[in-house]
Design a protein around this ligand. Structure first.
Ligand code: DX5
Ligand code: ZN
Length: 222
């Protein structure tokens, strides 16, 4: 069962130097990253195209022990699910917004023995995710409009949803992580933590930091 009192930092490989992928994965883990976050984008659900299952397999081979947190920003996660399960990842997060059978897809993730995540965009109200809360291990409340790294943290639009999600979780006696993703650094992680988030995804502020360990430590202490 997810321990949502534990603070988890998940460096996002979107901002890593892909010419040295294996090295970057190991660097993030050695510097104090807890999970590695992988952003899969299809050019339909979001404007950008990033990478797919083959890339994820390379990551798995370079860090066999790491907890791989896959964030699928794709129109049909149901059609590509098995490829990511086969790549040996640990968590798969799917978005609520596209049209496919969300409940069935979450069930397939858990049936494969993985942690199941559900993500909502800044414009999506939390009540749309409510019917699925007992089927998830992680709720990802996007803190930017997904598609690109390096954007600004949308505090006003998203923090009320983090608070609301915490309330719903305790009211219903559920247990899932609350993850934030987008514009997270040593300052905004503190804001999100105070509102109730416990998993922090960060790309730019980690991989472009002068010293990665210091950047991760700032996030942990914030
Ligand atoms: C945004 C992605 C993020 C991204 C975060 O679409 O989901 O995971 O890598 O990047 P930063 O930390 O640079 O905002
Ligand atoms: Zn992400």
């Amino acid at each position: 069962m997810p321990d949502f009192n534990q603070r988890i930092i998940a460096p996002s490989l979107l901002a890593a130097d892909w010419t040295r992928l294996g090295e970057e994965c190991r660097r993030a883990m050695t510097a104090g990253g807890d999970w590695l976050h992988l952003d899969v984008m299809d050019g339909h659900f979001v404007k950008n195209i990033s990478y797919g299952p083959a890339f994820v397999q390379h990551v798995r081979r370079s860090v066999p022990e790491a907890f791989l947190d896959v964030h699928l920003m794709i129109e049909r996660p149901d059609q590509y699910l098995q490829d990511f399960i086969d790549a040996g990842v640990n968590n798969i997060t799917i978005h609520l917004e596209p049209e496919y059978d969300t409940g069935e897809t979450l069930k397939r993730i858990r049936d494969a023995g993985l942690s199941a995540g559900l993500a909502i965009n800044p414009a999506t109200p939390l009540n749309k995710a409510e019917p699925f809360l007992d089927q998830i291990d992680l709720l990802l409340i996007m803190t930017v409009v997904p598609g690109f790294g390096g954007q600004q943290f949308m505090e006003k639009e998203t923090m009320p949803k983090v608070v609301e999600a915490c309330q719903m979780r305790s009211l219903r006696g559920l247990s899932f992580h609350i993850e934030v993703d987008g514009g997270i650094d040593g300052n905004t992680s503190g804001i999100a933590a105070r509102n109730g988030a416990n998993v922090f995804v960060a790309g730019t502020s980690v991989f472009r930091a002068e010293d990665m360990a210091t950047a991760l430590d700032a996030m942990r202490q914030s």
